[in-house]
Design a protein around this ligand. Structure first.
Ligand code: BTN
Length: 243
């Protein structure tokens, strides 16, 4: 898409700003970027602490696909984020945590929050791709070990605007590939960088924690887990841990 950027000093959540614009008919490619968020949100209803220094933005997309395919885009987002980070630090060791976190040395450096609206026909009306990248700060009370780009690459750490530009530049080709060839090519590229593939992992679901071997992601992106009791389980939402 052609990107149409709105810059703000502070908002509650950039996802909410983009939702307002989407409801007013904003185009595919609309972006809201804020220096700070007072009510940043993470996945699974968590808070995303958003002090100045990091990157916080949301991107509006209107692909014409069934709502069921919207989740494909979380993998597109993490591939583009990994490329954007490598743009500033080519030799950095990155891996991708299901469904959409980027890890450096096993610690989370970015997160993606997708929110979508469907038409009555079950076609996607729009998708809001909210992205946070820890450039300068990271929460020390995080449920999952976190890091910042600054902790990893010091003076090579870009300012938020530079990182946003690198993301958008790298998002474009992945998004085009997904539009043209569907999820298969994205899936293969994601699996190439997947963290813990073939290994024992834990998946926290509401009310239970599963453990088993991380076999693959299926043709729709669901996590395929070989449970310790020998049964197979396909997981579409949950939190992955490696220890
Ligand atoms: C997660 O890993 O839990 C997802 C974090 C997503 C955070 C970003 S910051 C920009 C956008 N606005 C929000 O309120 N959340 C997302």
């Amino acid at each position: 898409p052609l990107f149409n950027l709105h810059s703000r000093d502070e908002v509650g959540s950039t996802n909410d700003e983009v939702r307002l614009l989407a409801e007013q008919g904003a185009q595919d490619g609309t972006v809201v970027w804020a220096l700070r968020q007072s009510a940043g949100r993470g996945r699974q209803g968590r808070t995303w602490v958003s002090p100045e220094g990091n990157l916080y933005f949301s991107l509006l997309l209107r692909p014409r696909v069934p709502i069921a395919e919207a989740a494909n885009l979380s993998f597109v987002a993490s591939l583009a984020l990994a490329d954007a980070i490598r743009h500033f630090s080519p030799d950095i060791k990155l891996s991708l945590k299901w469904p959409n976190d980027v890890l450096i040395e096993g610690q989370k450096v970015s997160g993606v929050l997708l929110e979508s609206k469907a038409r009555p026909s079950a076609e996607l009306e729009y998708l809001i791709m909210g992205i946070g990248v820890n450039l300068k700060n990271y929460p020390d009370d995080a449920r999952y070990p976190a890091t910042s780009l600054f902790e990893q690459i010091n003076q090579n750490t870009p300012h938020p605007g530079k990182m946003l530009k690198a993301f958008l530049n790298n998002f474009d080709p992945w998004y085009k590939l997904w539009n043209k060839d569907g999820f298969a090519a994205v899936r293969a590229a994601w699996l190439d960088q997947a963290h813990g593939l073939g290994k024992k992992i834990y998946v926290r679901l509401p009310g239970e924690t599963l453990s088993g071997r991380f076999v693959t992601i299926d043709k729709d992106g669901a996590l395929d887990l070989d449970l310790d009791n020998g049964k197979q389980r396909l997981i579409t939402a949950g939190d992955v841990f490696f220890t």
